[in-house]
Structure formats: structure tokens, C-alpha cells
Design a protein around this ligand. Structure first.
Ligand code: PLP
Length: 225
């Protein structure tokens, strides 16, 4: 499959083990039968950006042995459903949301921490969600102390750019921030979720451990969703 090959090539260019990169197949707007086909083809992690959409597909995809990632913004009133429906929440963007998820995970799955990533707006782009880096640095110790959560690492959504190469500074910024934070906060996990259909080879070159790929796997989405 072209995506797998492109990841292998990108990893080799920089001396990384291709097995250190996990593909999150982004199945938003994709019907369950096509998710089942992708699972049969070997994908074992899927990303959805809306809690309701994941919920609607739960029954039809029950046979899929996969890890489900929430990759879209999470409103606090949907936090409980999200903990029930997802294995990884990639879009934790405030201390308050982290505290709420930690509390709910402690209730619903005691002894089994919920995996989360902290979304960072490394481009400091006003249009985008995520912690700004200074706020993350301030709130990180409190988040790492929450008993219900496993903070696997960081996630970012790159800005829309004309060519993939222009996304590189965003990926470098996330990796550099993660490296710096991990020296003083070893409880922060090593995951870096960055890169999408247009730019994932660049993200792999810059250290992505998860790439979130929709259109390059499933084809174009309907333009109105
Ligand atoms: C839709 C989406 C993706 C995948 O985008 P493609 O361009 O289809 O690969 C990745 N990350 C997030 C947060 C998304 O919403």
C-alpha cells in the first residue's frame, strides 16, 4: 500500500525504524463497510473527529479489533461519551478538560489509565485549537499528576500550506518542544502525532510516531460534512 511504502521510505531517509510510526486511518465521513475493509487490509487504528459519529458507527464496526482515536475538539459535556467510545483522546487542550477526563476515567475504568495526547498549537495560530506552548509548560505538572490519565505525548494539527515542505517547521517545533519538556517532565510520554495526507512523509522525517491519514487511504471526503 502506497502509504506504508511512503512511510518506510521517509523513515529510512532519516535512519528511523519504520515500525516506530503508527498510521491512524482517519475514517471521519467513511462508512462502516469501508472501515471493515481497511481493517481487513491491516489498519489497526482509526481516527474520528466527532463523538457522535463514532457512536453511530460503533455497532457496525464492533468486529474491528482496533484502537479508536478522537482527533477532533472535545466539548466537556461529551467527555463521558468520549471516554466510553475511544481508546486514545488526542485533543486534550486544557487543564480543565484533562481533569474532567481523568475523573471520568477513574470512575469508568479504575486501574486502567486513559491514554491521551496534549494538543499543542505550536504555530501559535489564532484559528487553531490546542495549548499555546507557554500554557502547556505551566499546566503540564498538574496534568501529569492526574491518576486517571496516561499522557502518551503531544499532538498538533499543521497549518494549511501550499506545499508539504512548508509544514516542516511546525513538525520541528512540536518535536523540539516535546524534547525540551521531557527533560524536566519525564512523565510525558514520547508519542508525537503529526502529519496528514499531504505532508505525512515530512512529519515522519521529523519524528512523528503517529500520522493521521484520511484521504490518502480512503479517497476524497464529501466536500460538505
Ligand atoms: C481530517 C483530519 C486528518 C486527516 O486529514 P487528511 O487530509 O484526510 O489526511 C488528520 N487530523 C485531523 C485532526 C483531522 O481532522
Amino acid at each position: 500500500m502506497a502509504v506504508t511504502r511512503a512511510i518506510e521510505d521517509a523513515a529510512r531517509r532519516v535512519g528511523r525504524d519504520p515500525a516506530s510510526v503508527r498510521v491512524i486511518a482517519v475514517s471521519k465521513t467513511v462508512a462502516p463497510d469501508r472501515i471493515l475493509a481497511a481493517a481487513a487490509a491491516g489498519f489497526n487504528a482509526f481516527g474520528e473527529n466527532r463523538v457522535q459519529e463514532r457512536q453511530a458507527k460503533t455497532e457496525a464496526t464492533a468486529a474491528v479489533a482496533a484502537s479508536w482515536h478522537l482527533i477532533g475538539p472535545l466539548q466537556s459535556n461529551k467527555a463521558r461519551r468520549a471516554v466510553e467510545l475511544f481508546d486514545v483522546i488526542e485533543t486534550v487542550d486544557s487543564l480543565e478538560l484533562a481533569e474532567r477526563l481523568g475523573r471520568i476515567a477513574g470512575e469508568l475504568r479504575p486501574g486502567n489509565r486513559l491514554s491521551v495526547l496534549l494538543q499543542v498549537n505550536v504555530d501559535e495560530d489564532a484559528a487553531k485549537a490546542g495549548f499555546d506552548p507557554a500554557a502547556l509548560e505551566r499546566d503540564l505538572p498538574a496534568i501529569l499528576d492526574l491518576p486517571g490519565l496516561a499522557v502518551d505525548g503531544l499532538m498538533t494539527v499543521g497549518r494549511l500550506v501550499e506545499t508539504p515542505e512548508l509544514a516542516r517547521p511546525t513538525f520541528v517545533a512540536l518535536r523540539t518542544l516535546a524534547e525540551r519538556l521531557r527533560t524536566s517532565h519525564p512523565g510525558l510520554g514520547p508519542a508525537l502525532s503529526m502529519g496528514m495526507s499531504e505532508d505525512y512523509p515530512i512529519a515522519v522525517e521529523e519524528g512523528a510516531t503517529m500520522v493521521r491519514i484520511g484521504r490518502a487511504i480512503f479517497g476524497a471526503r464529501p466536500s460538505v460534512v
